[in-house]
Design a protein around this ligand. Sequence first.
Ligand code: ATP
Length: 273
Amino acid sequence: MNLQRVNKYMERIAQSETTTFEPTGEKLKVGVDLGTAYIVMVVLDEQDNPIACEKQAANVLKDGVVVDYLGALQIVKDLKGKLEKRLGGRELLNCAIAMPAGTESSVNTHTYVAEGAGFEVTNVLDEPSAANAVYQIENGAVVDIGGGTTGIAILHNGKVIRMEDEATGGTHISLVLAGNFHIDLAQAEEIKQDYSKHKEILPVVKAVVEKMAAIVKRYVHPEEIDTIYLCGGTCCLTGIEKIFEKETGIITIKPDNPFLVTPAGIAMNCIAG
Ligand code: ATP
């Protein structure tokens, strides 16, 4: 993976949360990521340049499956509306969506949420393949640690050959922080997402991260895989890659901003419209 290229691209994606960039070409691509902790919508131009991005914290999916259809629909409609407003009233037509491993049977629900918000779904892919549209890894493991789930994908010659999904993620870290500091979950989330607090909270959450790495180790073997590539919001945690490296014995790398890798990769796989 060309870390410099990925860092530059992800920085531009992050900037597109607050700045709307001018697209090159007529058509646009949209990625809709329905997550356990966040629903994210990324808009790219035909050349995959970041144009705009919106996200909203949400509690409408569990283990990658939509449990509150109307809630999910409303959020996707709201995000689409916000982006269209930012684009001067231009309608977003097409989108791509992605599914975590093991939730393929829920593809219809995901599709109905996007269609209900007025999109035509032009592609449905698996989440690790979406992440790899950004990373462009030939061989290795992509580990996507989100809010409620951790996706583990083994790539060979640029293709996903094995995928697993485990019910562990950032919510577990927040629960530990809440218990330790005697605060509610919302306050714990706030502390966790504050980079200036990471040094202080790392010793408290280290055991949970080690447990996550131990789960990943069950599927990723050093004789097969020489590098783990991290993505997902939870990997924003400063120093997480070092804990993974120690626990798995495998070189572990992440970009400066691993949060929006999967949603950006989903958008790259949309047919522009
Ligand atoms: P899932 O993949 O489980 O469906 P998701 O797609 O909603 O969930 P992401 O959007 O990749 O997951 O990540 C959300 C998680 O990332 C949340 O638990 C959030 O608290 C955590 N997170 C976001 N920013 C940071 C940060 N700066 N430091 C630590 N954790 C963070």
